[in-house]
Design a protein around this ligand. Sequence first.
Ligand SMILES: NC(=O)c1ccc[n+]([C@@H]2O[C@H](COP(=O)([O-])OP(=O)(O)OC[C@H]3O[C@@H](n4cnc5c(N)ncnc54)[C@H](O)[C@@H]3O)[C@@H](O)[C@H]2O)c1
Length: 278
Amino acid sequence: MQEISGKTAIVTGAASGIGLGIATALAEEGANVVMADIQKDAVEKAAHALSDTNKRVMPVQIDVTQEQSVVDALAETERSFGKLHIACNNAGVPMHGTELVDVPTDDWAFVAGVNIWGIVFGIRHFVPAILKHGEEGHIVNTASVAGFQNRRGTNQGPYSMSKYAALSLSEALEHELDGTNVGVSVLCPGPIATNIAHGARNRPGHMGGPKAGSSDEAVLAERLATTGLDPMKTGERVVDAIRTNTFYSFVGAVPANVIRARHRRIEDALNSTWVTHY
Ligand SMILES: NC(=O)c1ccc[n+]([C@@H]2O[C@H](COP(=O)([O-])OP(=O)(O)OC[C@H]3O[C@@H](n4cnc5c(N)ncnc54)[C@H](O)[C@@H]3O)[C@@H](O)[C@H]2O)c1
């Protein structure tokens, strides 16, 4: 059972939604929490609200699409709190409502930049920082139930692609960290009541800057606001996943039958005379 109290954690995307839920839950468990987000004012405000309740939190501005920004945030973390133990690569943006053939090239770069490269840079820099001191640690990458299936009719192919990547990176990282005292979890939320529908509000300047979202933004926002789980619950889920070293960490409403049907289809395809086994 991994102890959280007294450890130092960094959470990306901590100004809002799931990241704020994770930061809050970790701080409540007694961790020092670096709240990292591209929204400087919002993350400062969120950290201020938490430190008012005697939590040890520190806001840091980060753009996870830029490697140097990740390196700088890590340096600030180590300057303030010493060793890093827990890294939650959580920042993410949506990409819904447009068919693949119509998605502009720079939108592909945006969703891949935040949702995939953000995790890659977290792995490149946070993981060695955790391993170097030899104390227990944990990595949590935020994927989604969209990392297990492409739901018909949602036109969220680019988003789903990025979440399959988050899942695959997490599985590969778990293999590579076998035999160490650093665990890996992949957080797989169903719908959560956050601000994700308005994710284009935080588009980095070097990726074209903030944009008005697609017309489906309002539909997604409405769906999440009415049916989504409280993001604070996902924070509690993450605390439990770290403590119990749970890899696939689902939370909320999961389209289990759609995922099972996909898996069955793959299994059926493996029963083919074209397939040899190794
Ligand atoms: N809300 C859901 O239903 C849901 C479901 C499954 C997975 N997720 C995933 O959860 C994660 C968090 O999303 P959320 O729902 O809390 O959304 P949110 O928009 O409420 O929060 C995302 C946070 O990430 C920050 N961010 C965006 N780009 C960034 C960048 N380049 N660098 C640093 N920070 C950046 C934003 O400023 C924001 O504070 C994402 O990876 C998302 O894909 C969300």
